[in-house]
Design a protein around this ligand. Structure first.
Ligand SMILES: CC(C)(COP(=O)(O)OP(=O)(O)OC[C@H]1O[C@@H](n2cnc3c(N)ncnc32)[C@H](O)[C@@H]1OP(=O)(O)O)[C@@H](O)C(=O)NCCC(=O)NCCS
Length: 167
């Protein structure tokens, strides 16, 4: 969907689409708000540990938040990894806002932001039990591999990977 830039440009800018969704970088106050209603974004899973301040202070320029009428609907924390690819550390959409294409939009913006920084691919991981995340990533064209002993917490993870389209 075509975006109108409210301030800045693609890199670190704020944009609004015709349906009133504002996309902008994540701020510390957003993390505080999200942590205050974590179940709305992560259901019953306690994923608080994902929301460290460094994803705003060190990697904030490649974070994306979707807002509607001032309410946070979805967000993505990510960065350019040492191998040069984009890495999505966390992505979540408010329960009642799922299925509206918001996560797809966050990934599109993230792809633009990391491409500007030289990345040619995007990677993400999830727990093997997270069928919704798997279905989402497969719909977006990510390959999926089960990697044993990936994490010190609970072992195996699904690793998603996709090349970014040529600009
Ligand atoms: C996974 C998640 C981020 C998807 O967000 P979303 O905004 O609902 O996804 P979108 O609406 O952008 O979906 C994009 C496509 O993926 C598909 N998809 C998304 N979630 C799906 C699901 N649970 N089952 C099947 N397909 C799904 C959609 O059908 C859509 O396909 P389409 O474009 O062909 O219609 C969201 O369900 C969520 O926040 N879950 C809880 C947190 C989480 O698990 N995050 C991922 C950790 S890696």
């Amino acid at each position: 969907m075509r975006a109108r830039w409210l301030s800045g440009n693609k890199v670190g800018g704020v944009s609004e689409t015709a349906d009133g969704i504002v996309l902008r970088p994540v701020e510390v106050a957003d993390l505080r708000e999200i942590l205050g209603e974590l179940d709305e974004f992560w259901d019953e899973r306690d994923m608080a540990f994902l929301h460290q301040a460094l994803y705003v202070h060190e990697f904030g320029e490649t974070s994306v938040l979707a807002q509607e009428h001032g309410e946070i609907l979805a967000y993505l924390l990510g960065f350019v990894s040492q191998d040069g690819g984009g890495y999505v550390h966390a992505v979540a959409v408010r329960r009642r806002a799922r299925g509206r294409g918001l996560a797809r939009r966050l990934y599109e913006r993230f792809g633009e932001l990391v491409r500007e920084r030289g990345a040619r691919s995007v990677k993400a991981i999830t727990h093997p039990d997270n069928a919704g995340s798997r279905a989402f990533h497969e719909t977006l064209g990510f390959s999926v591999a089960l990697v044993e002993d990936y994490s010190p917490w609970g072992g195996a993870r699904l690793v998603f990977r996709r090349e970014l389209d040529a600009a």
